[in-house]
Design a protein around this ligand. Structure first.
Ligand code: NDP
Length: 280
């Protein structure tokens, strides 16, 4: 078991910042369980935690990091501004509230969680993000679930390109067009539900690749993401899987194995469509 984050590759972000390529997601982890699970992730070697105001577990994430006796600078923390907090003033209040719950002076990455085009307020929200970064409250700023039209618009109207777009991405939903757009614009691709919440793990092609390396299907899929260059944030509450998902730096998929997983795309979204999702 690793107790340091030194083996995690770092991906450069716009500006001088960088993000650990492998992180730990905490969506759907109940607040009461989150501190223990994040503590376990930190012991296993993760140094990047992905939370959100909407997950209602920011407080437990902050507590776990403090209890781990790590310097604040050793752990990369992402949180997100939810749909009812769009707008210039509301976004500023939302980050202040997140920082209060995390008990932190800054986050490493602040994301607009969804574009909510029906409310047409993501550009104003982004203007607040640019200021909050200048104020030191967020080291880097980015978006999540943005489609090419939403990216184009924030860039055109503010001159500021998001550092990252965190999107649904797994072997059954590979987002080739959006990934190409990110490359063109200099935006890092971050994959959410990277294991398709488990739905890709019994795929025969993935099972065969895992077997060839003496690894599990989950490890093979995480390796595929890493070799594509994605930032990847698998979630688990199971101690053995938390460790397993981090134990991915001692093997490499061949070009043929990468191509085999590339061939599994089914255009299968498991989450909401960003063009229409407006919850709450
Ligand atoms: P994942 O693709 O990470 O899958 C998590 C599920 O897979 C859990 O049920 C987990 O079970 C299981 N699992 C994890 N590892 C293994 C393994 N090695 N073998 C078998 N099963 C495994 O799904 P998430 O939706 O949680 O996505 C990851 C993160 O992405 C979230 O936690 C969140 O941080 C982020 N996210 C962001 C969104 C956004 O809109 N920006 C939307 C959705 C997610 P168990 O926990 O029981 O071990």
């Amino acid at each position: 078991m690793s107790t340091t984050g030194s083996q995690i590759p770092q991906v450069p972000l716009r500006g001088a910042e960088q993000i650990p390529q492998l992180g730990f997601g905490v969506f759907q982890i109940p607040p009461a369980q989150t501190e223990e699970v994040v503590a376990q992730a930190l012991v296993s070697g993760y140094r990047h935690i992905d939370t959100a105001a909407a997950y209602r577990n920011e407080g437990a994430v902050g507590q776990a990091i403090r209890s781990a006796n790590l310097d604040r600078g050793e752990v990369f923390v992402t949180t997100k501004c939810f749909n009812d907090d769009h707008g210039y003033e509301k976004a500023k209040r939302a980050l202040a509230a997140s920082l209060e719950r995390l008990e932190m002076e800054h986050v490493d990455l602040y994301l607009i969680h969804w574009p909510v085009p029906a409310h047409d307020n993501y550009v104003e929200t982004w203007k607040a993000f640019i200021e909050m970064r200048a104020e030191g409250l967020a080291r880097s700023i980015g978006v999540s679930n943005f489609q090419p039209a939403h990216l184009e618009r924030v860039i055109k109207e503010t001159g500021e390109t998001p550092a990252i777009n965190q999107i649904e991405l797994h072997p059954y939903f590979q987002q080739r067009g959006l990934r190409r757009e990110h490359e063109r614009l200099g935006i890092v691709t971050e994959a959410w539900s990277p294991l398709a919440q488990g739905k890709v793990l019994e795929d025969p092609a993935i099972v065969a690749i895992a077997k060839a390396h003496g690894k599990t299907p989950g490890q093979a899929v995480i390796r595929w993401h890493l070799q594509l260059g994605n930032v990847v944030i698998p979630k688990s509450v199971t101690p053995a899987r938390i460790e397993e998902n981090f134990d991915v730096f001692d093997f490499e998929l061949s070009a043929a194995e990468m191509a085999s997983i590339d061939g599994l795309d089914q255009g299968m979204r498991i989450g909401p469509d960003p063009d229409t999702f407006i919850r709450p």
